[in-house]
Design a binder for this molecule. Structure first.
Ligand SMILES: CC(C)(COP(=O)(O)OP(=O)(O)OC[C@H]1O[C@@H](n2cnc3c(N)ncnc32)[C@H](O)[C@@H]1O)[C@@H](O)C(=O)NCCC(=O)NCCS
Ligand SMILES: Nc1ncnc2c1ncn2[C@@H]1O[C@H](COP(=O)(O)OP(=O)(O)OP(=O)(O)O)[C@@H](O)[C@H]1O
Length: 205
């Protein structure tokens, strides 16, 4: 198990995946809450039955998979429905994150989670790295990448903690508004060297 764990977070479309891909190329194990969140609602999982019982059969596609677009629309326009889904999925997601972190073998590992702060996942990590962008960057990058409307992305942003709250929890901040991917790679390399030193210190104790 890696003795040193970095928690990486940022709002929707801030660049978490872009940054973790760079760390991953440097040999660092990435535990990705979004991937785990998709896994816990895979075809055949018990959670799907509970979701269809609660929201209706039409939330499951004819091929047995979750209708993600419909569920996204539902939970980001109804707080009670979002809480219901979060209460169902978040404990399962946390359990799997803990399991994966415990089998990581890289000098340090990274837990990447959009809701690291909201869900108290900071208790699992030694240090918090925030990918920081302004709201207009979040909106433009996310709508360019996905089929989501600006209104839908805004609803998701509103359901997450504010930029200020994230900054207050950060040990390190990567600004990702107007930097090129090359600049970002440079900054990640610098952080990587720092994290290797921190993890080596912990391993010596
Ligand atoms: C509602 C779902 C089916 C929509 O799926 P979709 O493929 O459109 O989005 P995807 O899963 O790729 O998430 C995109 C982004 O939305 C944001 N987001 C997702 N779920 C939530 C949530 N419950 N609260 C706030 N933001 C969220 C995150 O920034 C995430 O990176 C899906 O997001 C989901 O199952 N959410 C509940 C689980 C969860 O909280 N996941 C976040 C990781 S812990
Ligand atoms: N520095 C940058 N310059 C230009 N485009 C960028 C930069 N960083 C990220 N992007 C682009 O912005 C979009 C959002 O980035 P990414 O998918 O990494 O964000 P994310 O935080 O993982 O998003 P989500 O919360 O939705 O999972 C992607 O299309 C990505 O290629």
């Amino acid at each position: 198990m890696s003795d040193y764990v970095i928690g990486l977070t940022g709002g929707i479309g801030s660049g978490k995946t872009t940054v973790t891909n760079i760390f991953s190329k440097m040999g660092i194990d990435i535990i990705d809450a979004d991937i785990i969140a998709r896994d816990v609602v895979q075809k055949g999982r018990l959670t799907l039955g509970l979701i269809s019982e609660h929201f209706g059969d039409h939330f499951i596609l004819p091929n047995g998979e979750l209708n993600r677009a419909l569920l996204r629309q539902q939970i980001f326009s109804n707080n009670d429905d979002k809480s219901w889904l979060n209460n169902l999925l978040h404990p399962l997601i946390r359990e799997e994150i803990t399991l994966q972190a415990s089998s990581s073998k890289s000098p340090y590992c990274i837990i990447v989670a959009p809701l690291l702060i909201e869900n108290g996942l900071t208790s699992l990590v030694n240090r918090v790295l925030v990918i920081d962008v302004n709201e207009s960057t979040q909106l433009s990058r996310t709508t360019a990448r996905d089929s989501n409307s600006e209104q839908q992305v805004q609803a998701i942003i509103n359901s997450q903690v504010s930029r200020q709250v994230r900054q207050a929890h950060a040990d390190d901040i990567l600004l990702n508004d107007s930097c090129s991917i090359e600049d970002l790679t440079q900054s990640v390399s610098q952080l990587h060297r720092q994290y290797l030193l921190f993890s080596a210190r912990v391993n010596k104790q």
